[in-house]
Write a protein that binds this ligand. Sequence first.
Ligand SMILES: [Zn+2]
Length: 238
Amino acid sequence: MLTEEVFRTDSYLKECEATVVSVNDLGGIILDRTNFYPTGGGQPGDTGILRLEDGGEITIATTVKGKGDENVVHVPAEGQEAPATGTKVVAVIDWERRYKHMQMHTALHLMCNVVPAGVTGNQIGTEKSRMDFDMGDEKLDKDTISQAVNALIDADHPTKIDYITDEELDAQPEIIPTMSVAPPRGAGRVRLMKIGDIDLQPCGGTHVSRTGEIQHIRVTKIESKGKRNRRVSIAFVD
Ligand SMILES: [Zn+2]
């Protein structure tokens, strides 16, 4: 049985009641439902705690995708007792950290709108993130990108999650996929992330609901990584 991924419908859910379904061979905790995002698409897995009914808590060091049906595995910090199957918990994410990931992640979508090139990779962090573009010889300017992204932030565009079928996606090849966060195909439907009318792409990650929530960013460096690949790094402006 797959864990219900509540973060996909509500990325703002800080706490979530859940039940322990199992603990795997590696000590990873599987819940029936969760608000913890597992590492994927360049976005780090959530940290936080599982609060127990007796007031105790289990610290979660990271969250990952496991094997087979284990779509979300909560990895406890070392030296903690494993919960029994059936234990009721309240899953509490480190919201401050996650909210920064949501802002950074959405800012990278905005950068896709600003930089007219295919994306070959990305990495999201709480303070710094980066995105790789397949650029060829075209020149990129740090200040131009920073200003354009911040203008899109200030425009306070709403974001929206939508679902389309694999067939509908095949009919719109132009949206496939500019970010490597594309969710796996074959489930019959694909999750689309839409920002106003400026960006539309398949994405399984967590985003803010309006771009105005994103702290302003600046491009800190642009590096050549290979012949055509340009790596654009951003940081939040204090
Ligand atoms: Zn996304």
